[in-house]
Design a protein around this ligand. Sequence first.
Ligand code: APR
Length: 238
Amino acid sequence: MPMFNGRFVQRLVVLTGAGVSAESGVPTFRDPDGLWEQYDPMDLATPEAFRRDPALIYRFYNSRRARLAGVEPNAAHLALARLQREFAGDVFLVTQNVDDLHERAGSPQVCHMHGELLASLCGACGNKRPTDQPFDGASACPACASRGSLRPDVVWFGEIPYFMDEIEARLADCDLFIAVGTSGLVYPAAGFVRTARASGATAVEVNLEPSDTASLFHLQRRGPATEQLPALVAELLS
Ligand code: APR
């Protein structure tokens, strides 16, 4: 059984945030060049904003979706995919990110708690459909054909993240929790470290700088995810 930090570890939970995709060229939210430094999230990432100005929201998410075609997974995504393939135990990857870079890096399992840019959701029939194309208020739902009811399948502020039951169960049962590239400012993800620690897990933070919840982690691996994560994965697989 693998050892880490002097303990046997068998069940891992890895949480990623925007920092894991930063070195691929996908903007984060709260870094100096982050999305929420340029726009007010209350104007772009709430159900109220969508009702108020759907055309603006369609444009914002269509442009973010289109930009995904021009970026590639980085060494951090690849390291996590390697960990999931080779680790002699269980690895549950949950991401706050809505990009598809974990999948494109080869991760066999990815839990998108905040949804996915590359999917549409119909407000009329609930149908979710993968798409890499732009859509707007004139687009028809591919399932029920109603128009004006499609939205990005992204969890907005004030909405309930996806898969919380499974995530909580994994956190309650893990012995190693790794948070990569997240500021620890948005709940419920920011509280995952507390749940993991309550179940006796070792908690490791991989970040350029201390997150808002840094004091709750036993270990810090300070630096770019593309350097720190491959090193951490090599340690776990050795
Ligand atoms: N390597 C490691 N960490 C990095 C890197 C990097 N190359 N670049 C940035 N970071 C870290 C920053 O230090 C910061 O702690 O990534 C974190 C990015 O924080 P945020 O921009 O707040 O992103 P995130 O934590 O994912 O935001 C959570 O907020 O707006 C909502 O739904 C949105 O999922 C998002 C949630």
